[in-house]
Design a protein around this ligand. Structure first.
Ligand SMILES: *Cc1c(COP(=O)(O)O)cnc(C)c1O
Length: 391
């Protein structure tokens, strides 16, 4: 019934699993038949504090009882508080713009870079270098910024001015008089859970600073403690010009943020958003930041990383079709020998009621809630062993 309704009335842009989840608690979900699933995806890195987190739910409900939305033409108390908290926790001297998604945050970041290139220099600079295998979102410009040719098959003409580097080392040689910014993920997510080399990134940051070229770090997936610090940029010990944030920040409530140290480039009227950072999403994000910064400070987050990694190592040791574990923190993957086996890994996990993801063509990907418990990890991996013993 529901499956037919979905197929008849919803555009079929996703390869959907027809399971009807009814409720959840932390990293566990229950379907309409009361069967439990272990969620190692957190809704693609979104449900950072787990499903139906009591503190987040209470914050959302009490905010909804007061005000959900006014508009950005008025002061929004929780928005100012989230901005302050993001700046303080990051240690970066930045200010924030609020949007609704990762792609939208990246669009705004590109607008800041383009305006910077117009007002700073003659001739004006506009080129933005991104990496092959990157992912920056689905709007026309974010899609063009995404360095995957297969995603540029339709939808043209695209905006000009994007240049793709094969790797970090090649970026320097691609910079010319027209280059205004470089946009990268520090751990490529969709591209295959591929962390960049720290010293290479630090060298790049130094080079870009010397050329007055902006460094934009897309932290849509890596941000909000996913790799261990508030931002992967903190972990890599660099100071980007612009950071974009989305997925994990709202704990499931849509929000995107652009943070930048260039606080005066955008002036009144240059950019805007109807919904961005409204009372509901900002209040939710404030609570998420409080929950996760406490989780980090208590040492619990780092303990979870270590335990999760030990489980991944056991898996890699047990199956010959697994090559190695990759990634950082709770943004993890396992390289699989080929894509046919990878598809089986995802499908068999689902049959054994564990949710996992793919990334790139050969990476089994894990993005569990950062609050996942030890017993949920035990149960999840136990089921994965059963599932993969059959491959
Ligand atoms: C998911 C993702 C995006 C796009 O975010 P949306 O909220 O889907 O627009 C952009 N960049 C990175 C690195 C992502 O992982």
């Amino acid at each position: 019934m529901l499956e037919k309704m979905d197929k008849d009335f919803v555009l079929q842009t996703y390869g959907r699993n027809y399971v009807n989840f009814k409720n959840g608690e932390n990293a566990t979900l229950w379907d309409e038949n009361g069967l439990d699933y272990i969620d190692l995806t957190a809704g693609i890195g979104v449900v950072s504090v787990g499903h139906s987190n009591t503190r987040l739910t209470n914050a959302i409900c009490s905010q909804a009882n007061e005000i959900i939305h006014i508009s950005n033409l008025f002061l929004i108390e929780p928005q100012a508080k989230v901005a302050k908290k993001l700046v303080e926790l990051s240690g970066y001297d930045m200010a924030c713009f609020f949007a609704n998604s990762g792609a939208e945050a990246n669009e705004g970041a590109i607008k800041i870079a383009r305006k910077f290139g117009e007002i700073e220099d003659e001739p004006k600079r506009y080129k933005i270098i991104t990496l092959e295998h990157s992912f920056h979102g689905r709007t026309i410009t974010a899609l063009k910024a995404t360095g995957q040719e297969k995603m540029h098959n339709y939808f043209g003409p695209f905006p000009d001015g994007f240049v793709y580097a094969q790797n970090i080392a090649q970026i320097e040689s691609l910079c010319d008089d027209h280059t205004v910014a470089v946009m990268i993920e520090l751990v490529q997510g969709e591209g295959g859970v591929e962390p960049q080399d720290k010293s290479e990134i630090q060298e790049l940051a130094k080079f870009l600073k010397s050329k007055n070229i902006l460094l934009i770090v897309d932290e849509v997936q890596t941000g909000i403690y996913r790799t261990g610090e508030l931002f992967a940029s903190n972990l890599y010990e660099i100071e980007p010009d612009i950071i974009t944030v989305a997925k994990g920040l709202g704990g499931g409530v849509p929000i995107g943020v652009i943070m930048t140290s260039h606080k005066d480039i955008l002036q009144a009227g240059d950019h805007g958003s109807t919904f961005g950072g409204n009372y509901l999403s900002a209040r939710a994000s404030l609570e998420v930041l409080e929950i996760l910064s406490e989780h980090k400070d208590s040492g619990d987050l780092d303990e979870t990383f270590i335990y999760f990694e030990s489980k991944l190592k056991q898996m890699v040791a047990r199956y010959e079709f697994f090559q190695k574990e990759v990634g950082l923190g709770l943004m993890r993957g396992i390289r699989v020998s080929n894509d046919e086996i990878l598809n089986k890994c995802v499908a068999n996990a689902f049959l054994h009621r564990v949710l996992v993801l793919k990334a790139g063509r050969t990476t089994l990907r894990f993005l569990p809630p950062l609050t996942i418990s030890k017993s949920e990890m035990d149960k999840g991996f136990e089921r994965l062993f059963e599932a993969y013993d059959k491959i």
